[in-house]
Design a protein around this ligand. Structure first.
Ligand SMILES: Nc1ncnc2c1ncn2[C@@H]1O[C@H](COP(=O)(O)OP(=O)(O)O)[C@@H](O)[C@H]1O
Ligand SMILES: [Mg+2]
Length: 257
């Protein structure tokens, strides 16, 4: 099969005009492959369309990951479950299917520092992006300062705010800083606005019992917030060793032997 350059040019222009950018770019390579593999006409068409679709999907994932604010390089695949026996592997694998996001359920990852809460939450965020959900990652501090700013600007509608409408919102490190009543109320607004509409993943070093204290000592607000958060929620207690201090643990163990 030999194709004159001008024919190829016309085809490429058509591909560009109809929005098939990736196929346009890869056309010479695709034709070569088609010839080499002696593809049928439907087979060649499928090859071209598949390339376009896959490249678009790759671009979508890349862009969404950037926009999500997720920390880089934290994936479920990289998580060492043999180190963290306290990490519920089955549970995390189930969450990796993103069924919780389809069902608009929440996820709560609790445990002491260094056990991998942020890593797992971010890894679930990556899975959610790959599965087509909009994801926003914020530390609790960032979320609260954004909310403070937005609450002064009444005209910024709730539904326009990313942390309100994201299909999956990750609030990392809740409980590191004490909240005053206003902050606690802002957090309540997020949880109640998102309730049964979207999914929220929260990581915290505070056990649920400590939440009323964390929420400025407001028992009534804490009960109302937990009521909504926990109604449809996967709670995971990661009760293990700190990955950050693993070398120290090893050193201590070696010294003791
Ligand atoms: N089981 C694990 N396998 C691989 N890396 C881990 C594991 N647990 C923690 N880490 C890494 O250790 C560091 C601390 O984990 P992090 O998720 O920030 O803990 P936490 O949020 O619970 O304090 C991160 O760099 C994380 O990627
Ligand atoms: Mg963390």
């Amino acid at each position: 099969m030999s194709i004159a350059t001008t024919d190829l040019d016309r085809t490429r222009t058509l591909l560009t005009d109809t929005g098939f950018e990736f196929a346009q770019e890869a056309l010479p390579e695709l034709i070569e492959q088609g010839v080499r593999e002696e593809l049928s006409l439907p087979g060649f068409l499928e090859l071209v369309l598949r390339r376009e679709r896959d490249s678009r999907e790759e671009r979508r994932v890349r862009t969404s990951l950037k926009l999500s604010g997720l920390p880089r390089g934290r994936t479920i695949e990289d998580f060492d479950f043999t180190f963290q026996r306290g990490g519920d592997r089955r549970g995390i694998e189930m969450l990796s299917t993103c069924e919780y996001a389809r069902m608009r359920e929440n996820v709560l990852l609790l445990g002491p520092p260094g056990v991998g809460k942020t890593h797992l939450a971010a890894g679930l965020g990556v899975k959610a992006v790959q599965n087509g959900f909009s994801v926003t990652y914020l530390t609790a501090d960032e979320l609260i300062s954004r909310m403070r700013r937005d609450s002064q600007n009444e005209r910024r509608r709730m539904s326009r705010r990313k942390y309100m409408r994201a299909a999956v919102l990750i609030i990392d490190e809740l409980g590191f800083q004490t909240m005053d009543r206003r902050d606690a109320h802002l957090l309540f607004q997020v949880i109640s606005y998102r309730y049964e509409k979207t999914s929220t993943i929260i990581t915290s070093n505070k056990s649920i019992r400590e939440w009323p204290d964390m929420l400025a000592g407001d028992e009534v607000l804490a009960t109302a917030l937990l009521d909504r958060l926990l109604h449809h929620c996967h709670v995971m207690n990661i009760d293990g060793r700190s990955y950050r201090l693993r070398h120290m643990n090893q050193a201590i163990e070696t010294n003791q032997e």
